[in-house]
Design a protein around this ligand. Structure first.
Ligand code: GTP
Length: 776
């Protein structure tokens, strides 16, 4: 996922960058075009303005030309008039005459110029304005030299000299002059009109429509005559090396752009050569006042361009933003689409998995809608109800489960449809018998909280029900058994006991729970006993036996105990069940019976039966050890008389005393028995010395011969003893007894109070070896 997302982001970024690059180049192209268009427009505007300026300066130049020509012509007319007048004056006319003549007409002159007459010698004669020029030498003036020398070439030519200061007036003047001749053509002098150039400058100044306009009157010799503005500074400035004169060589009128030599301002100059006069009018103009960047065209263009650029920028940004949004949306859609596809695939897989799970679950799963109709069933459901899913879908619960099962389900169904979770158990008749199901109804809520159906799960609990019944029975048995029961863990720690155990031991379950089972024992058994028990439990899981327990009151009681192990699925014993039964009384009864059967009730000695048993045992022992064994048969002598004399009970008392004395006469390993009446036996085993039996017999004879104190009475008896040896005298116990009896008989026959050996190798009579008791 992380890798995919990263990849998507990279793709998006690249696309975005590509779009941005293209957009940027498009916008830059548009901006460049807009700038070019605006620049072209501005340029056109500039050209137009320049052309306008040219036209304007040309127009001005023509106007100024007219003005200058008019001023020159006007002054020239006066020159011509005075020239003709002087010409006709008599030669002897004095300077005063000429002065009068000039003065007479001075009122008709404007203040722009006056008239002076200079004689043929270059001396000032008179002026129209009464300036004292008489006698002033003008021979150095160019106009004097021109007219004097050039008389032959063009005697009436108007001469315009360069600007200069008046010698008398000291004013800035432009001199126009004519030659004056008499009728014979002799040179009389020069008539000069000094023109006040400030007048020109004033006219020029007044004619300027804007401050940046310059109007100049220039002489052909390169000297600047009059100018507006800066007339003072510009006067007589030498412009002969300026570009104007370069143009003049090409054409008498024209326009060019150049920096003014006077104020260094770049202007468009239009010039006009006032041919044939040696004068040039220049009018220079700038668009300074109509500042180019303040011009409407420029402003509009600039604003338009700025707006256009802004628009381009904004549209670019908008386009970028829109693209980013679009891309983002597209990415989102793509992710959504992808995730929805993934989700769809997951859902499909999940649905398949769910179906797989549902079909393989060991429980029935269905979905029932609000109308109690199945919309989903799993395989087990179909198998149990022996119906295909297709057939089950759309069918009602009652139709599928049958009226009997439905009658049980209906109230639960209705309860679940109210929104409650329901669990109940229901039997179902199937073709395989009765099946019990634990059924859960889980309501399915719509997003608005309404129950729109039920998830139904039915678990087969037939076995559990049966097991529960068994358990119930087992519990009943456990609780009501007369046998004590105890459950421990594998190590013997008590987990539970039943009431019978409590009755038996006096302990309640709480008192023994958690204790070790061996704590109940009385301590009568040794460690070996418990070790054997543990081994048996470990090896077989079972043990059975009798154990002495101690109850709560401290009393010991014997229990018959049976341990059985309960194994887990791994075959390990994890519980042990013990059954207890108090056998103390039974055991006592058995003991009594046994004692009664095997012991003499009067003396407590083994009786004949026990004697025989012990005989067999001793014979086996003798056989194993190879040591001889002796059977000593004792019969009391004169006992009947004791009975008869002192009574039966005294007889009994004597018998008991006799038994006691016998026990004291024998070794600890020897067995003393009473065969009945006044007959006793001693089994003396493992005889290492032949004298052992003899010593016993002697001891018995003397012991029994001693008087018996029976209450207030004293009784005297003796004993006759017969001895038979194993294996010498017999190997069979019965024969051995018979032989011993027989030997005793012979002892009795031979005087009593003695013992006699039975010897099998001797004739009966002779084999009898009678021994008298020491007391004899
Ligand atoms: N007091 C008493 N007498 C018994 C018991 N059993 C048997 N007797 C009697 O013991 C006597 C035994 O008889 P005998 O052995 O002939 O008497 P005895 O006087 O010893 O005779 P000999 O053996 O020949 O010396 C009989 O009188 C029995 O009645 C018993 O348990 N108690």
């Amino acid at each position: 996922m992380a890798y995919q997302r990263k990849t998507t982001e990279i793709v998006r970024s690249l696309a975005y960058l590509r779009f941005r690059r293209r957009l940027l180049s498009g916008l830059l192209t548009m901006a460049a075009i807009a700038i070019v268009v605006v620049a072209w427009q501005l340029h056109t505007s500039y050209i137009d303005r320049e052309a306008g300026l040219r036209r304007q300066t040309q127009h001005f130049a023509r106007a100024m030309e007219a003005h200058v020509l008019y001023a020159i012509q006007f002054a020239d007319l006066s020159l011509i008039g005075f020239s003709n007048a002087i010409k006709v004056l008599p030669p002897e006319s004095s300077a005063d005459t000429i002065s009068t003549l000039l003065s007479s007409r001075s009122s008709s002159f404007t203040h722009d110029f006056w008239i002076s007459f200079i004689d043929a010698n270059g001396k000032g004669v008179a002026t129209s304005n009464q300036l004292p020029i008489t006698g002033v030498d003008y021979t150095d003036r160019d106009y004097f030299l021109f007219h004097k020398n050039g008389a032959g070439t063009s005697p009436y030519q108007l001469y315009i000299s360069g600007p200069s200061l008046g010698k008398v007036s000291n004013q800035k003047l432009l001199f126009i002059s004519r030659r004056v001749e008499d009728k014979q053509g002799r040179f009389l002098g020069i008539i000069v009109a000094p023109l006040d150039i400030t007048r020109f400058a004033a006219v020029f100044e007044n004619s300027r429509i804007t401050d940046d306009v310059s109007i100049s009157l220039i002489h052909r010799n390169g000297r600047l005559i009059a100018r507006a503005p800066h007339v003072e500074a510009a006067f007589n400035l030498d412009l002969s090396d300026s570009i104007l004169f370069a143009y003049l060589k090409k054409t008498p009128t024209g326009t060019f752009r150049a920096a003014s030599k006077v104020d260094q301002i770049s202007r468009v100059f239009s010039y006009r050569a006032l041919d044939p006069l040696p004068l040039i009018i220049t009018v220079g103009g700038t668009d300074k006042d109509a500042v180019w960047f303040a011009s409407p065209t420029f402003i509009i263009s600039s604003i338009g361009l700025a707006l256009l650029l802004l628009l381009i920028l904004l549209s670019g940004m908008f386009a970028l933003k829109s693209y980013a949004k679009l891309e983002e949306r597209e990415l989102r859609y793509r992710q959504l689409y992808s995730s929805s596809r993934e989700m769809e695939a997951k859902l499909s897989a999940s649905e398949e998995r769910l179906r797989l799970i549902a079909d393989n679950l060991p429980i029935m799963i269905t979905y029932v809608d609000c109308k109690e109709r199945y919309t989903f069933t799993n395989r087990l459901f179909d198998q149990v109800f022996e119906i295909s899913e297709q057939a089950a879908l759309g069918k009602s619960v009652e139709e599928v489960v049958g009226p009997a099962a439905y009658a049980i389900s209906r109230p639960h169904l209705h309860k679940a449809l109210t929104g409650q979770m329901v669990y109940f158990e229901r039997p179902l008749e199937t073709s395989k018998g009765v099946r019990w199901d634990g059924i859960s109804y889980v309501p399915d809520f719509s997003p608005v909280g309404q129950v729109r159906g039920l998830f139904v799960m039915a678990e087969d609990i037939t076995a559990r029900r049966a097991s529960e019944a068994t358990m119930k029975l087992a519990t009943l048995m456990y609780e009501n058994s007369s046998e004590g029961m105890m459950v421990t863990d594998a190590d013997g720690k008590i987990l539970s006991v039943n009431p019978a155990f409590s009755r038996l031991s006096g302990y309640t379950e709480d008192e023994v729970k958690g204790h070790w089972a061996y704590e109940l024992t009385s301590g009568r058994q040794d460690q070996d006993f418990f070790r054997r028990m543990q081994n048996a439990l470990r090896n077989t899981g079972e043990w059975e036996g009798e154990v002495w327990h101690q109850n709560k009151q401290g009393e010991h009681y014997l229990v018959s105990l049976r341990f059985n192990a309960v194994f887990d699925e791994n075959g390990q014993a994890y519980r042990r069940v013990a059954l207890f039964c108090d056998i103390t009384k039974k055991k006592a009864t058995e003991e009594l019976i046994w004692r009664q059967a095997n012991f003499d009730a009067l003396t407590g000695l083994p009786n004949r039966r026990m004697f025989q048993e012990r005989m067999r045992q001793e014979i086996r022992k003798a056989e194993r050890s190879g040591l001889p064994m002796a059977l000593v048969f004792i019969d009391l002598d004169g006992f009947k008389a004791v009975n008869d004399t002192f009574g039966h009970s005294m007889g009994d008392q004597l018998l008991k005393e006799a038994a006691n004395r016998l026990i004291h006469c024998v070794r600890g390993t020897d067995v003393v028995s009473r065969l009945g009446g006044d007959e006793f036996t001693v089994i003396a085993g493992e005889l290492k010395d032949n004298g052992d039996v003899q010593r016993i017999a002697q001891e018995i004879l003397s012991s029994l011969a001693a008087p018996f104190q029976l209450g207030q009475e004293t009784a005297h008896i003796s004993a006759s003893i017969g001895i038979a040896l194993f294996p010498d005298d017999a190997t069979d116990p019965e024969i051995l007894l018979k032989n011993a009896d027989q030997a005793m008989y012979f002892a009795k026959q031979h005087g009593r109070n003695c013992y006699h050996y039975f010897g099998s190798s001797l004739p009966v009579d002779k084999s009898m070896d009678i021994h008298r008791a020491r007391c004899e």
